[in-house]
Write a protein that binds this ligand. Structure first.
Ligand code: UD1
Ligand code: UDP
Length: 355
């Protein structure tokens, strides 16, 4: 039995790291990298560090407008699907690679399994929201990571073949935390002290592509007076340069880091300030207060549990949260038991063999 997995962007490599080696125990997995992310520190470093199998295909699609990027992926993926004839296509998350991977399969009547299904921001302006809704509605097996994911799918009429297996990113943190502690020396390299700095990431299109939102974020970080580590996504670096924004010398702007360094930075931080989906969850796994610079989140349980606060991009709201936000409640079990990969394997076995 053959599973064809499609990945393309940074968070998908990390998700695949938690699943690929598990499903390879049972299935012949063919791994396709669309090439959506291609810089060494946005792609290769994850394959090397996390022992992800080398992609069988790299489509080298690269950056571009949504239509062109997604459409080119679709054309190239279809050729491979016709040649490889997989029993199922596996996709992760909500990027353009996810949608292209699912749509190319669905058109050829190949079943699609969607890991991280059912998440909604209810903001259709986000490319990710469009991608995830479309992908969910053409998937045959859906793996929502949370109860909210199951609920959202049910509300859209998707009730069959839906399995809340927990979150594969929780598996990844559990699998790689020890390795990060052994191998990463980023805390020393950057002269950081445990609990004495804020870790920030910014890359969401709605923040980078809007000068006012990005200006507010940069001002709040500058005015906080805190030591801040900011690994800059290439999208964000480009806009910061274009807008001519500058940072105070307490902000350490660094290149995107590998996953082991990132886990280390998260683990020893005081708080995490982000607009990333994955980093919001990792803040929760690491029991760090998370300040989310968006107007909504898909990870509503982390907010309800008091470990994540949604502040948008109002400068004062970000600043106040950096100074004051402190979770008060014990963490609830939101993301499963860290064995999502194994559960996905068991369910896929049943779904594929019983077809
Ligand atoms: C994509 C996903 C987003 C996800 C993010 C993870 C979509 C629509 N968006 O956003 O959901 O959260 O990945 O990081 O799929 N660039 C480089 N080098 C690279 C990759 C990108 O320089 O290796 C620059 C290019 O200028 C490019 C820009 O970043 O135009 C945006 O890249 P793109 O893949 O289109 O979207 P992301 O913002 O990375
Ligand atoms: N990440 C990383 N290096 C970085 C920034 C993020 O390894 O410099 C990891 C992070 O730990 C998480 C994932 O990338 O596992 C999140 O990806 P990103 O924020 O790019 O996308 P999103 O999760 O918002 O789709």
């Amino acid at each position: 039995m053959k599973i064809l997995t499609v990945v393309g962007a940074r968070p998908q490599f990390i998700k695949a790291a938690a699943v690929s080696n598990v499903i390879r125990d049972e299935f012949n997995e063919v791994l396709i990298h669309t090439g959506q992310h291609y810089d060494e520190n946005m792609s290769k470093i994850f394959f090397d560090e996390l022992n992800i199998p080398k992609p069988d295909y790299n489509l080298g699609i690269g950056s571009g407008n949504h239509g062109k990027q997604t459409g080119t992926m679709l054309i190239e993926l279809e050729k491979i699907y016709l040649q490889e004839k997989p029993d199922l296509v596996l996709v992760y998350g909500d990027t353009n690679s996810t949608l292209a991977g699912a749509l190319a399969a669905s058109k050829l009547l190949i079943p699609v399994a969607h890991v991280e299904a059912g998440l909604r921001s209810f903001n259709m302006k986000m490319p990710e929201e469009q991608n995830r809704i479309l992908t969910d509605h053409i998937s045959s097996v859906l793996f929502p990571p949370t109860k909210t994911g199951v609920y959202n799918l049910k509300n859209e009429g998707i009730k069959e073949h839906v399995y809340n297996v927990g979150d594969v990113m929780f598996d990844a943190v559990i699998d790689f935390k020890k390795l990060a502690m052994e191998k990463s020396n980023i805390i020393d390299r950057l002269n950081l002290y445990n609990g004495k700095y804020i870790l920030t990431t910014i890359h969401r299109a709605e923040n980078t592509n809007d000068i006012h939102r990005l200006e507010n974020i940069v001002s709040a970080l500058n005015d906080s007076g805190k030591e801040i580590v900011l690994p800059l996504h290439p999208r964000t670096r480009k806009y910061i340069d274009d807008y001519g924004l500058t940072f105070s010398d307490k902000i350490k702007l660094i290149e995107p880091v590998g996953y082991l360094d990132m886990i280390s930075l998260e683990m020893y931080s005081e708080k995490i300030v982000t607009d990333s989906g994955g980093v919001q969850k990792e803040a929760f796994f690491m029991k760090k207060p998370c300040i989310t610079m968006r107007d909504e989140t898909e990870w509503v349980e982390t907010v309800e549990n008091g470990w994540n606060i949604i502040v948008g991009t109002n400068e004062n709201n970000i600043l106040n949260a950096i100074v004051e936000f402190t979770p008060e409640r014990k963490q609830e079990d939101i993301f499963g038991d860290g064995k999502a990969g194994k559960k996905i394997l068991d369910i896929l076995k049943k779904e594929i063999y019983n077809k």
